[in-house]
Design a protein around this ligand. Structure first.
Ligand code: ZN
Length: 57
């Protein structure tokens, strides 16, 4: 099974979303989530989105 990065459930039992990051121009897995709800909760909990907006109107 593939455990959700946020809640630890098996993501394949839900509607999985996968995240990748780029390191030295290679794509590397950065987490997997049951759905966008778990992804959003993880981002919120870890503060991953703070100060990372690429454009501010
Ligand atoms: Zn989850």
């Amino acid at each position: 099974m593939t455990a959700c990065t946020y809640c630890g459930c098996d993501v394949t039992a839900h509607d999985p979303v996968y995240v990748e990051e780029v390191e030295d121009s290679d794509r590397v897995p950065a987490g997997q989530f049951c759905n966008y709800g778990c992804l959003a909760a993880h981002v919120e909990t870890e503060g991953l989105a703070e100060g990372t907006t690429c454009r501010i109107d």
